[in-house]
Design a binder for this molecule. Structure first.
Ligand code: BEZ
Length: 211
């Protein structure tokens, strides 16, 4: 059963490279990125976990905790962690969940039998401070993810949670944003004055508001 946006991310208790943790307690009121990888000691996954470690400063700046999961054991995760630091130059700095019984993988629908075997595909969940699922992504095993895109989505979610705006295609922080359809052009002009750029009745831009 797949998870839908807005649903509460399932809680679980699991062994990890940082000891036993209960997900909601560990996360507390932070944002979290929970992501699965197919297997330890595999090339694409090694690059992905190194890239995630490299972004720790960016995650911290946004109040985001990263946590990975695969069906491998804690012993394998800890042994592989040495390779991640050696190969990528970025030692592992977040927990990896050991899910040999597939409890987490099944709760989050991370196993897709059409993708070859009973290990997890490359799923990503962005979970907000209220434990709600705010984004889901599913990549095949053969395609590594872009963690800068995941950060970009966190930026967009944090902005649109604080201001009644939407972000256009390829938005990055600092770009103009969109007045959503729920706000009339008259109301937008009343609020933002001549900063409103009306392209169509339904397409209105304003500079990114300070939040
Ligand atoms: C990898 O991480 O390199 C990988 C894992 C499973 C299937 C294909 C690639």
């Amino acid at each position: 059963m797949s998870l839908h946006l807005g649903e509460i991310a399932p809680d679980f208790t699991a062994e990890t490279t940082a000891g036993t943790l209960t997900f909601h307690d560990w996360k507390k009121d932070s944002w979290a990125i929970l992501f699965s990888h197919p297997a330890d000691f595999t090339p694409v996954c090694t690059t992905e976990l190194g890239a995630t470690s490299a972004l720790k400063g960016e995650f911290d700046a946004r109040g985001v905790k990263a946590i990975a999961v695969s069906v491998d054991s804690v012993e394998d995760h800890l042994s592989w962690a040495g390779d991640i630091g050696e190969v990528t130059g970025h030692p592992l700095n977040f927990p990896i969940i050991a899910d040999p019984k597939k409890e987490v993988s099944i709760a989050y629908d991370m196993i897709h039998p059409g993708e070859g075997d009973t290990s997890t595909v490359r799923s990503v969940f962005i979970i907000d401070p209220n434990n709600k699922v705010r984004l889901t992504l599913t990549y095949p095993k053969s395609v590594g993810r872009n963690f800068n895109e995941i950060l970009r989505v966190v930026d967009a979610l944090q902005l649109t949670d604080k201001a009644p705006v939407a972000t256009p295609v390829n938005w990055v922080p600092g770009d103009r944003v969109i007045v959503p359809p729920t706000v009339s052009t008259a109301d937008a002009i009343a609020k933002y004055g001549d900063q409103v750029e009306v392209v169509k009745d339904y397409l209105r831009y304003i500079p990114q508001p300070k939040v």
